[in-house]
Write a protein that binds this ligand. Structure first.
Ligand code: ZN
Ligand code: FE
Length: 255
């Protein structure tokens, strides 16, 4: 049985995610922006929290960790590289680590760029990928600590996963990300139709995540920096992919 996935809106525009293994009853949350909505979702499903998986140290991803741990006794897992700035970890992770939620094994993927210690969680059997502020729906996180080369490498690792993988990212930034993408590829038909779908979802108050990786490959400019059309769109037809990536990220910062 694949893991059950529940998207939990938190704060103004954050997402936490619950994954639940029906066979064992184990339930994990990926990121804890605030405890209230997560406890509410656990309660609504009658699930008991067993694991708290942290993607990176920013407040809007960890503020709820201590309360959740105190109220549920869940184990806390996060990047070994960031133990000095994360809540106390029961298990410190790097790319060599594997752990499981219920019967399903998870892989840890280092995705530096937004922060140096940022990690993503991949559940290959259920085809779930938790990316927080690395690969985001229609975009990627700002480069607060890393450089373009690092974020590009990180996103390339994610882009190589099976295209039917569901990408679960950390924020509702999709509409703005796609508006920016349209400045680069105004005639991309898949981008045009995705933008319309996202506008309709937002008008209904629905999340625009998760998203199949294939949709990101077709419309997310940061995964398309190798394409001649994207290079030309930023006036760098002969530049290497990293240079194009850096230019796109810099333009988005001012968008
Ligand atoms: Zn962040
Ligand atoms: Fe964030």
């Amino acid at each position: 049985m694949p893991l059950e996935l529940v998207t939990v809106p938190c704060l103004a525009d954050n997402y936490a995610y619950l994954i639940h293994d029906a066979d064992t009853g184990q339930t994990a949350v990926i990121d804890a922006p605030e405890p209230g909505p997560i406890l509410g979702a656990l309660n609504a499903h009658q699930w008991r929290l067993t694991d708290i998986l942290i993607t990176h140290h920013h407040d809007d991803h960890i503020q709820g960790v201590d309360t959740l741990r105190a109220q549920t006794g869940a184990m806390v897992l996060g990047a070994a590289a960031d133990t000095h700035r994360l809540p106390r970890l029961d298990l410190a992770l790097d790319e060599a680590s594997s752990f499981s939620v219920g019967r399903e094994f998870a892989r840890v993927i280092a995705v530096p760029g937004h922060t140096i210690g940022h990690i993503a969680f991949h559940f290959p059997e259920s085809r779930l990928l938790f990316t927080a502020d690395s690969l985001m729906a229609g975009g990627c996180g700002r480069l607060f600590e890393g450089i373009a080369q690092q974020m590009h490498n990180s996103l390339q690792k994610l882009a190589a996963l099976p295209p039917d993988t569901l990408v679960c990212s950390g924020h509702e930034y999709t509409a703005s990300n796609l508006r920016f993408a349209a400045t680069l590829e105004p005639d991309n038909p898949k981008l045009i139709s995705r933008s319309a779908e996202v506008a309709a979802s937002r008008a209904r108050g629905q999340p625009t995540v998760p998203v199949p990786l294939q949709v990101e490959l077709d419309t997310n400019p940061y995964l398309r920096v190798h394409l001649p059309a994207i290079k030309a769109a930023v006036g760098l037809p002969d530049a290497d992919d990293v240079t194009v990536f850096a230019e796109i990220r810099a333009r988005k910062d001012k968008f």
